[in-house]
Design a protein around this ligand. Structure first.
Ligand code: URP
Ligand code: ZN
Ligand code: ZN
Length: 475
C-alpha cells in the first residue's frame, strides 16, 4: 500500500493507550498503525513527540446572529483558522433559534454562514429558545433525525431562557429521540434581582458582573437542572461549570446514579474574578463571561474534577467579541454598565496548549485523560465517535504533533479576529507543531495553510455516551 502520508516515530496517545508507532494515511483516513510502515508520498518525522487526535471543541460560538450593534468577531473562516492553529480539527458551534423563529430557519441561516468558509470539519448544536408545539412535535425530532443530535437549553438570558415547564418539555424530546441536552445553569431571576440592586447602588463597572452571578446562582440552577432531568429520566450535560458549588451538585447527582455529564473551560482554571477588575476600570470587560471566573480555591476544585473523572469534556466556550469596538465589549462605542457588556471570551486557539501545559506537563493530568477530555469524550458525547476523537484505523486522519518548546501567548501571534486574548503573557510549555485535518496540513507550527470550504459539515449520530436502554413512557 502506498500511503499519501506517514507520520513516523510518533508517541501515539489515545484516551486509553500510549505507544510508539508510525501512522499511515490515505484518502484522509488512518489506514495503518504500526512499526516500520512503508514510505508515503509525504513523510513527517514526529521524532518521539506525542501525537494526539485532533481536538474536538464542542462548545464554541461563531458568527452567531446578535442584536445590533453587537457582532461576533469570528466567523467560520477566522474561527476555524484559529482552531486549527491551536490543534483543534472539529468544532461544534450553535445554530440559535430566536424567539418567534422556527428552528429550521435558524439551521438554514447557520448553514449559509458556514458554507464555503470552514477550514476544518464542523457540526451544529441547536439552541432551543422557543419550544412551540411545532418545535417539540415536529421540528426538533426531525432535526435530531437529520444529525443535529444535541441542543442547548438556557436557564438565563432574557432572549434565550426557558422556564421549568418548557425545560421539561424539551428534555422529554431529548429522551424520546436520543439527543444530548446541554444546559446553561444560572438562575435568571436571582441575576436580575442582584443586578438591579447593584445598579441602584451605582455599582455598574465590569467587575460587578461577578457580583451579580455568585456561585449560589449557578448552584441553584445546577440543582434544578439535575432535578428536572431526573424527573424526565434523561441524561444532561451541564456546560461551563465554574467552581465548587456546581461541582458538588454534580457529584451528588452521580452518587445517586444519575447520568449527569459536565463540561468546564480554560477560564475556570486560569482566570479569577479579579480579571474582571479590582477597581472600576473598564479593562475587565475583556473577561466578562458567564458564569464568571471564581477564585484560586475554585480553580483547584475544577482541576480535581478534571483529574478524577467528574468532568466529561473540556471546551473553549469561545465567544469572540472585540474589546475596543462598537460591535463588541463597548457597544455603540460606549463603556456601558456590566448588564450590557456582551458575555463571552475568546479561547478556541489556546484551549489545547493551556491544558496540555498546565494539565499534562505540570503533572495534573495524564496524556490519556487530556485526550479523553479534549477529543474522545466530546466526540462520544455528540455523536462523532469513532470517526472523530481517536487514533485508529478507519478514523479520520485528524492529528496533532506536539512540540514541547516553551512560549508566551501573545495576541499578535493568534489567528482569531479578536483584538485581545485573556491569556496575554501567559507562558505555555507546548504548542502544536503540526495539525492535520483529514490528512491535510492546516498548521505546520509556524504557518496556517488555508483550506476555506474544505471543512465538511458533519451529520452526527446518536451520542454514544447516552446509556443504551429502552425508552420508558412518561407517567
Ligand atoms: O459568557 C458566555 N459563556 N458566553 C457565551 C454564551 C454561553 O452562554 O455560553
Ligand atoms: Zn452558556
Ligand atoms: Zn457558550
Amino acid at each position: 500500500m502506498r500511503f499519501d502520508r506517514v507520520i513516523r516515530n510518533a508517541m501515539v496517545a489515545t484516551a486509553s493507550d500510549t505507544f510508539a508507532a508510525d501512522i499511515g494515511i490515505q484518502g484522509g483516513r488512518i489506514v495503518q498503525i504500526g512499526l516500520d510502515l512503508p514510505p508515503g508520498a509525504e513523510e513527517y518525522d514526529a521524532a518521539g513527540r506525542f501525537v494526539t487526535p485532533g481536538g474536538v471543541d464542542a462548545h464554541c460560538h461563531l458568527d452567531q446572529p446578535m442584536e445590533p450593534p453587537l457582532r461576533m468577531a469570528d466567523d467560520f473562516d477566522t474561527g476555524t483558522r484559529a482552531a486549527a492553529c491551536g490543534g483543534t480539527t472539529t468544532v461544534i458551534a450553535f445554530a440559535a433559534q430566536r424567539k418567534g423563529e422556527s428552528l429550521r430557519a435558524a439551521v438554514h441561516d447557520y448553514h449559509r454562514r458556514a458554507e464555503g468558509r470552514a477550514h476544518i470539519d464542523h457540526a451544529f448544536h441547536l439552541i432551543v429558545s422557543d419550544p412551540t408545539e411545532a418545535v417539540l412535535a415536529q421540528e426538533l425530532p426531525a432535526l435530531i433525525g437529520e444529525g443535529y443530535t444535541s441542543f442547548k437549553i438556557y436557564m438565563t438570558y432574557d432572549d434565550l431562557k426557558l422556564d421549568d415547564g418548557q425545560i421539561l418539555d424539551v428534555l422529554d424530546v431529548a429522551r424520546r429521540h436520543d439527543a444530548m441536552a446541554m444546559i446553561h445553569a444560572e438562575n435568571a431571576d436571582c441575576i436580575e434581582w442582584l443586578t438591579r440592586r447593584l445598579e441602584a447602588g451605582g455599582r455598574t463597572a465590569p467587575r460587578f458582573h461577578a457580583h451579580a452571578r455568585p456561585m449560589l446562582v449557578e448552584r441553584e440552577a445546577t440543582h434544578r437542572a439535575i432535578a428536572l432531568s431526573e424527573l424526565v429520566d434523561v441524561p444532561i450535560l451541564i456546560v461551563h461549570v465554574s467552581g465548587r458549588e456546581a461541582v458538588e451538585q454534580i457529584r451528588w447527582a452521580r452518587s445517586h446514579g444519575l447520568n449527569v455529564f459536565a463540561e468546564t473551560c480554560p477560564q475556570y482554571l486560569l482566570l479569577t474574578a479579579d480579571d474582571l477588575g479590582i477597581d472600576d476600570s473598564y479593562q475587565g470587560a475583556r473577561c466578562v463571561c458567564s458564569p464568571p471566573p471564581r477564585n484560586r480555591e475554585n480553580q483547584e476544585v475544577i482541576w480535581q474534577g478534571l483529574a478524577d473523572g467528574l468532568f466529561t469534556v473540556f471546551s473553549s466556550d469561545h465567544a469572540p467579541f472585540k474589546y475596543d469596538a462598537p460591535e463588541g465589549k463597548k457597544p455603540g462605542g460606549e463603556e456601558v454598565p456590566f448588564r450590557h457588556i456582551p458575555n463571552g471570551i475568546p479561547g478556541i486557539e489556546t484551549r489545547l496548549p493551556l491544558l496540555f501545559s498546565y494539565g499534562v506537563l505540570d503533572g495534573r493530568l495524564t496524556i490519556n485523560r487530556f485526550v479523553e477530555l479534549t477529543s474522545t469524550n466530546p466526540a462520544k458525547a455528540y455523536g462523532l465517535h469513532p470517526r472523530k476523537g481517536t487514533i485508529a484505523v478507519g478514523a479520520d486522519a485528524d492529528l496533532v504533533v506536539w512540540d514541547a518548546t516553551p512560549r508566551t501567548i501573545r495576541n499578535v501571534d493568534l489567528h482569531h479576529a479578536v483584538d485581545y486574548t485573556p491569556y496575554e503573557g501567559v507562558n505555555v510549555k507546548a504548542w502544536p507543531a503540526l495539525t492535520l485535518s483529514r490528512g491535510i496540513v492546516v498548521w505546520d507550527g509556524k504557518n496556517f495553510h488555508p483550506q476555506g470550504g474544505r471543512g465538511q459539515f458533519l451529520r452526527r449520530g446518536r451520542p454514544s455516551l447516552l446509556p443504551a436502554r429502552p425508552i420508558k413512557e412518561t407517567p
